[in-house]
Design a protein around this ligand. Structure first.
Ligand code: HEM
Length: 380
């Protein structure tokens, strides 16, 4: 995945905003259409069916502009700085939530992803990889109740974009128009469970389509052989998941480094412990203030100072204790970005090109949260 093309950001004057196309509008729910029309002062009395609303949109096309989601963004932002939660922020939880909603996409079947908000259904809700995310669902419920012209799928996804920016990262532009599947629609797409869950066994033994952080050492790998061979099962599976999503190695590295500069692991959620970036886990930091991931990897992985430890929950993680209280931690999949030669080149590239890291992060996160979504409309 290359850096954002300069031409995309180099316009000096604001481009004219075209109204949404009819095919984009047709993908909106009746609620969203009502909101769109009301926000532009179009009287909707008597328009009972979606068909009538679409007729009104067609008749008033010139008056329709994109929706301004500023009020939704600021309501979400208002929730994020919660002092009593972890490191004083719900940001990392919301970023992980948006990624887990989207990371189920399968480009081979064009199923999964954030569209449908299938994490409302039991199988995906109780996927062990999604443990802890019910807090995010509950947190965002009032936001959806207040702005119910947006689907859950849109609110959950927008929250991840807002969280990146509210945590000191770049603005991730958002496009809306995801729908919430009814149980019947979800079963039609995914079978009895109604979720993209259960068919990920090749990459995650639990059946989740999300990546497993550790599949254990390769059976029969001789002790002392290079780590990329010893940990081949985990590396092959994570590459398999990101390929299924449609991301190459560079985008994979970019997305994991983006996500795992924020937040922490929780013994009672995943069985792993501690933050990736001890100094300030609630903010975009690793590439902003000197000490990037490469420095961490070089100090740790490169010199053998990241030491393997098995947590009380039986999870293998790598830690470097620099005497700041908590150690820096790495999951086996994080270590894989150093162990695997192809991934490692991208880690090194981003350490030297930190602006490209940020630009790519915006492009890749937006792409991630739009996988499988059709007819989205850019917010104003
Ligand atoms: C191989 C891929 C990945 C694996 C195996 C993985 C695994 C994990 C695990 C085990 C946790 C700890 C959960 C807990 O104990 O609370 C976690 C947390 C987190 N992940 Fe990932 N992850 C991956 C990729 C990503 C990506 C691509 C993003 C976003 C772009 C991301 C964002 C986060 C965030 C922000 C947290 C912290 C959550 C919190 O503090 O509550 N992860 N991840």
């Amino acid at each position: 995945m290359g850096a954002a093309s300069p031409s995309a950001s180099a316009h000096s004057s604001a481009p004219a905003i075209p109204p949404p196309s009819m095919s984009q509008v047709a993908a909106l729910s009746a609620k969203a259409l009502t909101q769109l029309l009301s926000s532009q002062g179009v009287p909707i009395a008597g328009a009972a069916e979606k068909r009538d609303l679409l007729d009104l949109v067609a008749a008033n096309g010139a008056r329709l502009a994109r929706l301004d989601l500023g009020a939704v963004r600021s309501d979400i932002e208002g929730l994020i700085g919660e002092r009593s939660w972890d490191d004083g922020s719900y940001g990392p939880l919301l970023i992980r939530f948006a990624w887990h909603n989207s990371g189920t996409y399968d480009r081979h079947t064009d199923t999964g992803g954030s569209n449908g908000s299938t994490m409302r259904f039991d199988a995906e809700k109780s996927d062990p990889e999604n443990k802890g995310l019910s807090h995010a669902v509950a947190l965002l419920e009032p936001v959806h109740a207040k702005h119910s012209f947006l689907s859950y799928a849109d609110v959950w996804t927008l929250a991840g974009c807002v969280a990146i920016e509210a945590s000191g990262g770049p603005r991730v532009p958002f496009s809306y128009g995801r729908v919430d599947f009814t149980p019947g629609e979800a079963r039609e797409v995914h079978g009895p469970s109604g979720c993209p869950f259960g068919d990920g066994k090749a990459t995650n033994p639990g059946g989740s389509r999300l990546p497993s952080a550790d599949l254990g050492p390769a059976p029969g790998a001789p002790g002392g052989c290079p780590m990329h061979r010893q940990e081949k099962p985990t590396i092959d599976a994570m590459r398999g998941v990101f390929d299924r999503l449609g991301f190459d190695d560079r985008a994979t590295v970019n997305l994991i480094l983006l996500g795992h500069q924020f937040g922490r692991c929780h013994a009672d959620v995943s069985g792993y412990e501690h933050p990736w970036y001890v100094f300030d886990p609630a903010h975009w930091n690793a590439y902003e203030h000197g000490l990037g991931y490469l420095s961490l990897y070089e100090m740790g992985a490169g010199t053998g100072r990241l030491k393997k430890r098995v947590t009380n929950q039986g999870k293998r993680q790598w830690e470097m204790n620099m005497g700041f209280g908590e150690p820096f931690m790495m999951l086996p999949t994080d270590m894989a970005l150093w162990w695997d030669e192809a991934y490692r080149e991208h880690v090194k590239y981003y350490d030297r090109h930190r602006r490209a890291f940020k630009e790519d992060a915006v492009v890749n996160f937006k792409r991630l949260v739009e996988l499988g979504c059709k007819g989205l409309v850019d917010e104003l």
